[in-house]
Write a protein that binds this ligand. Structure first.
Ligand code: PLP
Length: 453
């Protein structure tokens, strides 16, 4: 092993600024629009919903670097820097000449990269003197991360958890409650929008879009509360750039450079963060690299959606975003990758993809779990189902290198661990897991309901 199995950064090498990819995009992502007026959102428009400093980060498309406040730098020390791992055992098992690296973000109690942004959002909420925050959670990773960050900074945390996850993942719920959060299954009867969705879709297992509407309503109806979101927004991609910045420095230390970077894409935050500095080099014409977004076949926004303004939530109370979407009304089948079930995609990722600067593929759930199992057996880590989307495509690319006899350097994001997903692994191990792939008509029907601007 010439290159170490794990590369860590020293404290001096660890980034103290986040990188804002939009600063290097010549054609910027489209702005958020207010649902009532259809006009671009201003700071003032967003103040009832979000924290002030986060709004500033959200709307700033010119400042390339933002200082990470010292309290967050310190919090990061509990679980960062995360290792850049050379997948020697996977390479050997595949018999590939490719070099496979992965950046592992699962080394914290929340089990995923989500804590990187949760701590930032909780910090700014506290700094503004707020009492608490509300949010949605799908698979539960974001809710867990935010509960941890909120308890650290002494904030009240109210989580609306997509009903099917609430029932499938009782242990995640208990982690959140252990950190002092209150957890409500969504759609609930505690908000007007929840009651409406329940009336329109009786017995629904919920969706991220529904839970977002409920969390926003809760935040705006309680004094001293704001809403925070775990993905999709520019501010979240900004915080997640810590993943890519660390990886970039680690590669420099090793004297290596990735040729292909692969990430799973739900709302686009880990992918946006992982690729940020490398995409920056591409945008500035310094160095080329292939970027691949991997999404589930059950919720294929980039690969089968439309690039259009759409609502971010089912209740249509949030700003509209121009993004690749399969429609805000679309309720994806209850796949086991809860973290990838959002109907849309970050506006940054959407715009980069639309400009042809990156690629996207969608993959089937059973193939994803086969890749997860293969990975777990050689590299030891039990991956989250979401992360395993990236594993699958990394394996495919490594096998292509084998066929073509080419030695490429592949980097993928291993966003988290799968210990709370054992029901999914059970279905896979029992051979009862199914693949849900929406019909063209279903997507077309959903897209017909896109807002007409
Ligand atoms: C939430 C989550 C994702 C997907 O979210 P993005 O915003 O697309 O990064 C991926 N992996 C894990 C483990 C997650 O928790």
């Amino acid at each position: 092993m010439k290159v170490p199995y794990k590369t860590y950064l020293t404290e001096q090498e660890t980034p103290v600024k986040w990188y804002n990819i939009r600063a290097d995009m010549r054609k910027k992502p489209f702005p958020l629009l207010m649902p009532g007026t259809g006009k671009p959102c201003t700071e003032k428009d967003l103040e009832p919903v979000f924290c002030k400093e986060l709004i500033r980060q959200e709307l700033d498309e010119d400042t390339p670097y933002f200082d990470i406040p010292p309290a967050i730098v310190d919090f990061y020390k509990m679980f960062r820097p995360s290792p850049l791992i050379r997948g020697y055992f996977l390479e050997k098992a595949l018999g590939t000449p490719a070099k496979i690296y992965y950046k592992f973000e699962g080394n914290n109690t929340s089990g995923s990269h989500k804590l990187n942004s949760a701590v930032a959002q909780a910090y700014y909420a506290k700094a503004q003197g707020l009492k608490g925050v509300t949010t949605e959670t799908g698979a539960g990773q974001w809710g867990t991360a935010l509960s941890m960050a909120s308890s650290f900074f002494g904030l009240d945390c109210r989580v609306f958890m997509v009903k099917c996850s609430y029932e499938q993942k009782p242990f995640r719920r208990e982690v959140m409650r252990t950190y002092g959060a209150s957890v409500t299954p969504s759609p609930s009867m505690t908000t007007a929008v929840g009651r409406l969705i329940n009336a329109e879709h009786p017995g629904t297992s919920g969706s991220l879009g529904c839970a977002i509407s409920e969390a926003v309503e809760a935040a705006t109806s309680m004094p001293g509360y704001r809403y925070v979101l775990g993905s999709v927004l520019n501010q979240v991609l900004l915080h997640q750039s810590i993943i890519g910045l660390e990886a970039h420095t680690a590669f420099e230390k090793l004297g290596e450079k990735p040729d292909i970077i692969i990430g799973c894409a739900g709302g686009g935050s880990n992918l946006g963060g992982l690729i940020a500095p490398f995409m920056g080099e591409k945008l500035r014409g310094e160095r080329d690299c292939r970027f691949i977004a991997v999404e589930p076949a059950s919720c294929p926004s980039l690969t089968r959606g439309a690039y259009a303004y759409d609502y971010c939530d089912t209740g249509r109370i949030c700003p509209l975003a121009k993004m690749y979407t399969i429609g805000a009304d679309y309720i994806p089948s209850s796949s086991h990758s809860g973290g990838l079930r959002f109907h849309g995609m970050s506006t940054v990722i959407s715009e980069l993809y639309d400009q042809g600067l990156m690629e996207a593929v969608s993959v089937k759930q059973t193939d994803v779990f086969a890749a997860a199992q293969r990975f777990a057996r050689v590299e030891g880590i039990l991956p989250a189902p979401e992360s395993s989307h990236a594993i699958l495509v990394a394996i495919e690319e490594a096998l292509k290198c084998k066929e073509e006899g080419r030695e490429k350097t592949i980097l993928f994001g291993l966003t988290g661990t799968g210990y709370f997903d054992m029901k999914a692994y059970q279905a896979f191990n029992d051979g009862t897991m199914e693949d849900f792939i929406p019909a063209d008509e279903d997507i077309a029907r959903s897209l017909e309901k896109l807002p007409k601007l």
